[in-house]
Write a protein that binds this ligand. Structure first.
Ligand SMILES: C[S@@+](CC[C@H](N)C(=O)[O-])C[C@H]1O[C@@H](n2cnc3c(N)ncnc32)[C@H](O)[C@@H]1O
Length: 276
């Protein structure tokens, strides 16, 4: 069992996915890669890592990287954020976009889709009068298996009960077999899921009025965070568009954004030079 390849593997993971690991997280590496090592008939995780270092990036690499992502999420995660969306952020965006009658939202690093579906349900429930608007919710993640789950809209009873109140569960979900629930098509069709790596090459996206980028930058080192936040800035649709980060995330000394503090949360607006 040779651990000689670990430093090279940490570097590879960071370059490909952004996630920063080091020897203090070896327990995580061992537990998350164990089943992939067994499936590929390696005697242990370190033999798998040796293979990954010695071979060009391919399917096994991506399975390993995906296994090292943390997909923790829930419906209406951090309820103060959704309160702020309902009472301030969305009403203000709707007011300034009423000529175009269009709203573009990006749930980036969306995990199994709970955040994107929460946004869709909130819009339908509280802003039903926007029925003649074009509302586009893009949801992206690096992990293909988690995106498949998101697209299915199927959640275990435990997942469905985390963050959803009875009213939403009854109105927007169908009970299916084994106590699981599925998001109703009326909500599913509001969200478009696709693959996107925040630290890879970005495809062309039209600009967004609201970007949710929560609980993913915490896994990245500062220089990678800065690069991602620069690209996110270019994706925001004007100085009144909004970026929401996770509760434990912030932008340091960055002249690209202004912090807007509210009662219980903060969000960001991009600083964009006035056109002359
Ligand atoms: C902890 S979850 C956060 C989910 C959701 N945003 C929330 O706050 O509940 C982090 C997600 O980031 C995704 N992720 C990690 N690295 C990524 C990258 N380089 N590009 C895109 N998504 C990434 C993971 O696959 C995972 O689903």
């Amino acid at each position: 069992m040779s651990k000689d390849y670990l430093p090279q593997f940490y570097l590879m993971l960071e370059q490909q996915v952004g996630i920063a690991l080091d020897d203090t997280k070896q327990y995580l590496l061992e537990s998350r890669l164990k089943s992939l090592a067994t499936q590929n008939r390696y005697p242990d995780v370190y033999a798998l890592i040796k293979y990954l270092i010695q071979n060009p990036i391919g399917a096994t690499h991506w399975r390993a990287f995906e296994a090292l992502t943390t997909n923790e999420t829930s419906f209406f995660r951090d309820k103060h954020v959704f309160e702020a969306l309902k009472n301030k952020i969305l009403p203000e965006l709707i007011e300034t976009r009423k000529k175009e009658k269009a709203l573009r939202i990006w749930s980036s690093a969306c995990s199994a889709g709970q955040e994107a579906y929460s946004l869709a349900m909130l819009l339908r429930e509280e802003f039903g009068y926007l029925n003649d608007w074009t509302i586009d919710i893009q949801a992206t993640d690096i992990s293909e298996p988690i995106l498949e789950k998101a697209k299915s809209g199927i959640y275990s009873s435990m997942e469905a009960h985390r963050g959803l109140d009875a009213h939403y569960l009854q109105k927007y979900f169908t009970a299916i077999e084994k106590g699981a629930y599925q998001v109703k098509p009326i909500i599913r069709q509001m969200v478009n899921f696709s693959h996107h790596n925040l630290v890879g090459d970005w495809p062309y996206y039209p600009k967004f009025d609201l970007i949710m980028l929560r609980n993913v930058l915490i896994y990245f080192r500062q220089d990678i965070k800065d690069k991602v936040l620069l690209k996110i800035h270019q994706q925001l649709n004007g100085s009144d568009s909004v970026l929401i980060l996770g509760a434990a995330e912030s932008i340091y000394l960055n002249n690209l954004y202004s912090l807007v503090p509210l009662d219980k949360i903060s969000f960001y607006k991009p600083n964009i030079p006035m056109k002359v």
